[in-house]
Design a protein around this ligand. Structure first.
Ligand SMILES: [Zn+2]
Ligand SMILES: [Zn+2]
Length: 245
């Protein structure tokens, strides 16, 4: 059941600040803004150790060491030094992210950012730079906003770190990757990104936190990380709200 708060226009949302807070998932009354109720909270699969030290893939068992890698990271180390996600992308969390992505529920961004920050608080060191995975401008025109940019901005506000909203530019429009496997995705996005000239100097020797909504095969994150490293970033880590497990 969706609450009325889920379909409010912005003036109504403003009024809603004065009204009781509701669960982001089901609409039940809760004590805090941007919270989930006690029924919905346990259904979200927040990612906690053990997970792959490289890509953050949750492990079913603890292998006794913090630097255990999954089979894919062992076979080929990713171009980013680590990836973390707040929650598993499954039927429960999907509804929440789809409302954010296509339903204009933009006020979810601060809550999502706090979940993401909790997944890797040690990454937000002074001088680190937050950069969102960009959409091509024609897709922004259709969707009106880039959800990764909203998450990046909310993370910057929360952590006090610099955010380069247009640090990466998608200069080639790429077909939607829904039905593609990892190889096809890699081919699809290779060469699609560049660092914006405005940030070329500032990115040098910087620890970058690359932000996106969902990590699927990691192909887009890998190509973005390579682009940032080639531009002189010291290190790239990937932080997403959710990931496929
Ligand atoms: Zn709920
Ligand atoms: Zn891995």
């Amino acid at each position: 059941m969706l609450s009325k708060a889920m379909s409010l226009s912005w003036p109504e949302q403003l009024l809603d600040i004065l009204l009781p807070h509701r669960c982001q998932q089901c609409g039940m009354l809760v004590g805090q803004a941007h919270a989930l109720c006690p029924d919905c909270w346990p259904k979200m699969h927040f990612i906690v150790p053990p997970y792959c030290a490289g890509c953050g893939l949750p492990f079913p068992h603890d292998y006794g060491s913090d630097d255990t890698l999954c089979a894919r990271c062992l076979a080929e180390s990713p171009p980013f030094s680590a990836a973390r996600s707040a929650a598993v992308y499954d039927d429960e969390s999907k509804a929440l992210i789809l409302r954010f992505k296509h339903g204009d529920q933009l006020y979810l961004a601060p809550a999502f950012a706090s979940w993401m920050h909790r997944a890797a608080p040690e990454w937000f060191t002074p001088g680190s730079m937050i950069i969102p995975v960009p959409l091509h401008r024609t897709r922004i025109f259709m969707r009106r906003y880039n959800q990764a940019a909203l998450l990046a901005r909310a993370l910057a506000k929360l952590s006090g770190q610099i955010c380069a909203l247009d640090g990466l530019v998608r200069h080639r429009r790429t077909p939607s990757q829904g039905a593609m496997n990892r190889e096809q995705r890699l081919k699809n996005v290779t060469g699609a990104f560049r660092v914006h000239s405005r940030w070329q100097e500032k990115i040098k020797d910087r620890d970058v936190i690359l932000v996106d909504d969902v990590l699927t095969t990691g192909a887009t994150a890998s190509v973005c990380a390579k682009t940032l490293m080639r531009a002189g970033a010291r290190d790239v880590k990937v932080l997403t709200l959710m990931r496929v497990a």
